[in-house]
Design a protein around this ligand. Structure first.
Ligand code: ADE
Length: 240
């Protein structure tokens, strides 16, 4: 796994990322140079007076499409600025993003992400650039920016040294070898409105606490996400 991952984000709205990148773990990862995020405004590749990036679809229909003659030169130029990266294009038709996909991306040195807007891209963008089309779920967003943030945040957590505790992502739910939900956690006060912390967690008996946590994880998975247990026992193996 590389020690630094560079994310190049191609968007019409780079300012959407400002708050996201300037707080908490991401801010720290940027400052520690564990990740690099380069924002590119695709509008800079529009050479006409109005910086037009979109146009009406041939054949009619609602909405506007991102123009192939703007997007393709932009991606090509950015890819050639350094060693070309793994190219992702966000669309609801893409491969569904999940923890396993994030683990795969965390082995890359450079990830270039193309964020759509409006009704999407002229189809020739995909035909020419052959990006990996990625969706973050079966719902429609206004564009790919939120999807890019999801990918950046999920992948950066997997880089060694980004999270305070070296181990703290290894047991995240959904990571390879751990397709089970996290157990319940409690902090002070010990009792609130008649709801108490389970006695065992106050016992100091680490073996029993570990046992309780395992059982609690399993119980919660059975209740909330039984589909994960089917997968864990090998009855079905999703390709995503
Ligand atoms: N653009 C619009 N909807 C999207 C989704 N669900 N995932 C990725 N990109 C999108």
């Amino acid at each position: 796994m590389p020690s630094v991952i560079c994310f190049d984000v191609l968007t019409l709205f780079p300012s959407i990322f400002e708050g996201f990148l300037s707080e908490s773990v991401l801010k720290g990862a940027l400052a520690a140079q564990k990740i690099e995020v380069r924002l590119h405004n695709m509008r800079d590749w529009a050479d006409d007076k109005h910086a037009t990036m979109d146009d009406r679809p041939f054949g009619g229909g609602p909405g506007m499409l991102l123009k192939v003659d703007r997007v393709v030169p932009c991606v090509e130029e950015i890819q050639h600025q350094q060693q070309p990266g793994r190219l992702l294009m966000f669309t609801p038709q893409g491969r569904c993003f999940n923890q396993r996909f994030a683990e795969e991306l965390a082995t890359e040195q450079r990830i270039v992400m193309l964020c759509g807007r409006y009704e999407g891209f002229d189809e020739r963008v995909a035909e020419i650039l052959k990006p990996e089309e990625v969706s973050i779920g079966d719902y429609i967003l206004n564009g790919g920016e939120v999807a890019a943030m999801v990918v950046i945040e999920t992948v950066m957590r997997l880089i060694r040294g980004v999270l305070g505790d070296e181990d703290s992502n290894r047991f995240d739910s959904f990571s390879t070898g751990n397709r089970i939900l996290d157990c319940a956690h409690y902090t002070r006060p010990r009792e609130y409105r008649g709801f108490s912390v389970p006695e065992i967690l106050l016992s100091g008996n680490h073996a029993e606490i570990a046992q309780w946590r395992n059982n609690n994880s399993l119980q919660r998975t059975k209740e909330k996400r039984p589909d994960l247990l089917v997968t864990a026992s090998g009855n079905s193996s999703p390709k995503n």
